[in-house]
Every structure is written in structure tokens, then in C-alpha cells.
Design a protein around this ligand. Sequence first.
Ligand code: ATP
Ligand code: MG
Ligand code: FE
Length: 347
Amino acid sequence: ATVLAIETSCDETAVAIVKNRQVCSSVVNSQILVHSQYGGVVPEVASRQHLEIINQAIALALEQAEMNWLDLDGIAATCAPGLVGALMVGITAAKTLALIHQKPFLGVHHLEGHIYANYLSEPSLQPPFLCLLVSGGHTSSIYVKDCGVYETLGETRDDAAGEAFDKVARLLQLGYPGGPIIDKLAQTGNAQAFSLPEGNISRSQGGYHPYDSSFSGLKTAVLRLVRQLEQNGAVPVADVAASFQETVARSLTKRAIACARDYGLETIAVGGGVAANSSLRKHLQVAAASHNLRVLFPPLKLCTDNAAMIGCAAADHLNRGHTSPLTLGVQSRLSLRDVMQLYSVNN
Ligand code: ATP
Ligand code: MG
Ligand code: FE
């Protein structure tokens, strides 16, 4: 199926046209410059920005694909999880266009989109596989069984991996978003300079979840380390950044490899903005090779928020006869387990 998809769950206004696993056009307007002056995403500002450029982005996606409405089999938008006001802009546009042009409408789960980015970069990929989703809001190990069928094996107990990068960058006064800045600075630092806690979840912390992670303790440890170093004089910022990054990469790699091995999955597909991290890539590649596992890293523009991944998920659902009612609303939270609640199945 050929689908036009809209993604406005956070601070990217994105529209794409996707034919099954092939991207026909992909427009991504990042609002990073607008939000960076506040040190993070301001929800009200995000909604307004989406509203201002969504129509242009839709027109541009059609133009770049050299298509018109007759070429489309369906219209999709991210409907959960995310910022409610921001999601509303995308879903309202999609439902309106579906109604006007008499096309099926599909609401898409944002994380299912991140998983589908891997099908765009590796069209031969088939479930089952493990998806390590590491983004600004999530750190999840997902057992991908089929379209719409997911089991979350592990997630974060507190901060997400990307959030940890952003918070540590802020306490080192490096700017926003923190991930790319820390990654670059870490190249010049010594990753073995400081030993930091990986944040293992102990058996006493409400059930034993060996694949869960926790990064708030690590963030606090970095804060304490920096305060202590400040008293001794100048802080070796690059060494701190490199040691922090190394700790996150090792912790994520350990959990992903354990999940894949314990569940007999031969492929680890990575998604989310933190997949860009050079240390994570290195650690995961080395560990995967030594365990005879395949690891897939989609190109960066597919790892961070985009509408092509949403369109790819929507096309797969549409091919199976899944569509969403026009009464579907947005949800700030929605478990991946409940993805199929978004669809009614007509064959
Ligand atoms: P979610 O999908 O969970 O709602 P999101 O879509 O906002 O969150 P992404 O756009 O996938 O998140 O990723 C953004 C995050 O990725 C930011 O926290 C950013 O700091 C981080 N990031 C980007 N590049 C790197 C990098 N090279 N190293 C580490 N982190 C990075
Ligand atoms: Mg973003
Ligand atoms: Fe995302």
C-alpha cells in the first residue's frame, strides 16, 4: 500500500509518502532551534509550530514524491504516545484529509514507527527480532513478533537513555540536545577516567527485571563527581562525558545481548536517536559479533523522529486490512502491547 503519513508527536513536523518498505518522499522540519533557547521542548510552542507548517509539509511531500491524492491508498498519523497538543495537529490533519479524499485513516503508535524504521533500511528484515529502542523518552527492549504484536522485555525505571544524555549535558553546561554534543566531546576524552554506576536493578526493587535499566542514579553520580572535581579545580569535561557515555553504552549493550540470547533472537535492530551514539554502536557491534548475532543500525535520519517510519508501519497494517475509525483520539501514553486497539480489522 502507498500511504501519506504525518508525525507530530514531539518537536519534529514530519510528512512522508511510503510505498510498503520504500520511501517515496520524506519531509522533516525540526523545531530544535526554537526550543533550544528554553533548554528543552515547550509543548505549547511545539503545537503552534506544527500548526504553522503542517500544510506546507504535506504539499512538499506530495511534490517530492511526484504524486497526487489519487496515488494514495491511505492517510496515517501518529496518535500516541506523545505531547497531546502536538499529536492533535497531525491526527486532525490526517483525519480531515482522509475524509475529504475518501481514503482509509490509520492512527500509528510512535514506537511501532521507530521499530519500522528498520524495515525501511533493511527491506528483507522479518520478525522475530529484538528491537533496542533508545530515544529521548524510551529505553526499551522489544521482542518483535509480528505486525502489531510486541512484547516489551525491558524498559527504563526512570530516565530514558536520551534523557540521561540531555540532563548530563545540561549539568556540564554543554547545551541542548545533549546526545550529539556529548558524543563529539567524548571523542577527545578518556572513557576510563572515571568509574560510574551502570544502574542495575536489584531483586529488592519490586520484582526482578534483569532487562530493565535505570539512569537516574548514573546522572546523580555524574553530578556528585562534577561537584567534587570542581572543588579540586578545573573539571575535565571531556573525560567526564566519555566516562558517562561509555557507562550508558555498556549497560545498554549488556541488556540487549542478554535479551537476544535468552529469547533465541538472532537479530538486534536498533532505533531512536541514541542509536546514533558512536560508543553504543561500537560496543553493540563488538558484542554482537562475539555472540554470532546480527545488529542493524538504520541511518540516522531514520533513527530520529520522521514520518517515513510511521508510513511504513501504516502501510503494513493497511495491507492486513487494519484501519482506524475517524473517532480515534490521541493518547499521551499507550503501551505497545495495546497497539491493536487502534484498529478495526476488515478483510
Ligand atoms: P520518543 O521517541 O521516546 O518519544 P524522541 O522521539 O524525542 O523520543 P529521538 O528523536 O528518537 O527521541 O531521539 C532524541 C534523543 O536522542 C535526544 O535525547 C538526543 O540527545 C539523543 N541523541 C541524538 N544523537 C545522539 C548521540 N549521538 N548520542 C547519544 N544520544 C543522542
Ligand atoms: Mg525530537
Ligand atoms: Fe521518537
